[in-house]
Design a protein around this ligand. Structure first.
Ligand SMILES: O=C(O)CCC(=O)C(=O)O
Ligand SMILES: [Fe+2]
Length: 313
């Protein structure tokens, strides 16, 4: 695809997705489900829920060593996120935990795109006791069809200091609730309205590095207003659909997220189906619409949705 057709595609994407053009991320300490829905989810504004999950047993228990103990036998996918491509290898979780424990004191290299990162795996759906560590869980923050088995929809991240997830938005154009359990991460986030200035590549990745923008190659990036949010253990970050995010681990880190749709977000996402959205993503969004809008039972929709949780794109 040449530069002109790629930016024309991004323009169509931009004009269809009419989400808030926020310039800051407030931190709130206590928030009701109604406040969360009315002030953040409905108007598509990000928010940091400071200490939002700090009471969970997970925040006391989880560490690389804990995962060795509770699920060391599991084989997990580990990624290296090189610019432009994702390499995947399989590790025993015990070996990966050992790697983290041995690696931690050395603090790792400053730029970690080549570090092995246990990234985006549905671990809470595989080990039941992990969800029990996350109580009281704010299930009412999610749409009703996700609440009963929220852990099935979660994606887990564990990695060393210095790992980087390059700039992207989440494939389904879903809402994202991100739980930081151990260690800290630095998010650089950009509203979806600025997507056209960030050198989009394919469906959801971007060539600009927000930590060191190359203004010669990407002069339009000067118009972007990135917001840096430090997310510490016990914090919860909410990102609205289409938020561009670049994520750096500031220490050894353990986190998980839940991508979920509302009626509006899934319809908005389906409206992007002809704008370069991969066929698989159209499929998973259609399944989400069956659950969220048509209220088709989870027993039917979840088996159709589940492959999304292992889908690398
Ligand atoms: O924590 C990371 O490295 C990436 C997180 C992310 O991209 C997400 O939650 O969607
Ligand atoms: Fe993401």
């Amino acid at each position: 695809m040449n530069a002109t057709s790629s930016s024309a595609q991004a323009d169509r994407f931009l004009s269809n997705l009419q989400y808030a053009d926020w310039q800051s991320v407030p931190t709130v300490k206590h928030i009701s489900e109604r406040d969360f829905a009315e002030n953040y989810v409905d108007p598509t504004r990000p928010v940091l829920l400071g200490g939002g999950c700090s009471d969970w047993a997970a925040c006391k228990r989880w560490s690389p060593d804990y995962f060795d103990q509770v699920a060391g036998y599991l084989a997990v996918k580990v990624k290296t996120l090189e610019s432009g491509r994702i390499e995947v290898s399989t590790w025993r979780l015990a070996d990966y935990a050992r790697f983290l424990i041995e690696q931690a004191p050395g603090a790792g290299p400053p730029s970690g795109a080549e570090l092995p990162y246990c990234h985006d795996i549905p671990l809470l759906g595989m080990v039941q006791s992990l969800a029990e560590d996350c109580q009281p869980f704010p299930a009412a923050f999610l749409s009703p069809s996700y609440r009963q088995h929220w852990w099935r929809y979660s994606q887990f991240f564990m990695g060393p200091v210095g790992t980087v997830t390059p700039l992207h938005f989440d494939s389904l154009l879903s809402h994202n609730l991100f739980f930081q359990i151990y260690g800290a991460k630095r998010f650089t986030i950009i509203p979806p309205s600025q997507v056209v200035f960030c050198a989009r590549r394919g469906w959801r990745w971007f060539d600009v590095d927000p930590e060191q923008p190359d203004y010669v190659s990407f002069p339009q990036y000067r118009q972007v207003t990135p917001v840096v949010v430090n997310v510490s253990a016990g914090d919860v970050l909410y990102m609205p659909p289409g938020t561009l995010h670049h994520v750096r681990s500031l220490s050894t880190s353990i986190s998980f997220n839940i991508d979920w749709h509302t009626e509006r977000s899934v319809l908005d996402a389906l409206a992007q189906s002809s704008n370069g959205m991969p066929t698989e993503v159209v499929h998973y969004n259609a399944v989400a619409a069956l659950a969220v809008i048509a209220k088709i039972p989870e027993a039917i929709t979840f088996p159709l949705y589940q492959p999304y949780l292992s889908y690398v794109n």
